[in-house]
Design a protein. Structure first.
Length: 108
């Protein structure tokens, strides 16, 4: 296992951790904007949805993008299984983008 492959696997394993951290960060921003627990951000202005969704999505997508980046780097440098973390990162990124879009548009 080469260096890039190890880093890609670590980033792929950290996707659920960053997902939970992103949710907690979203709750913090929700609270900082003055919403109470039980309130819906959909009743507020659209700007609040973007203020919450963009940094949360960026935090959640960080390990996905890094897993894809280092997975392809491992594949280029001869790692035989470097493509697996890249696929895991792509699946995680797809899930996060879809759920963020659904919450941004209120399609739950």
């Amino acid at each position: 296992m080469n260096k890039h492959q190890r880093i890609a696997v670590v980033w792929a394993i950290s996707i659920p951790v960053f997902f939970v951290l992103g949710q907690l960060f979203g709750y913090f921003i929700f609270w900082a904007l003055g919403y109470q627990q039980g309130d819906s951000v959909l009743s507020g202005p659209v700007v609040d949805r973007f203020i919450i969704s963009i940094p949360v999505a960026a935090l959640m997508l960080t390990p996905c993008v890094q897993a894809i980046r280092f997975g392809f780097a491992a594949k280029r440098t001869g790692g035989k299984r470097g493509f697996a973390p890249a696929i895991a990162g792509a699946i995680g990124a797809s899930f996060i983008l879809i759920t963020t879009l659904f919450s941004l548009l209120g399609l739950s």
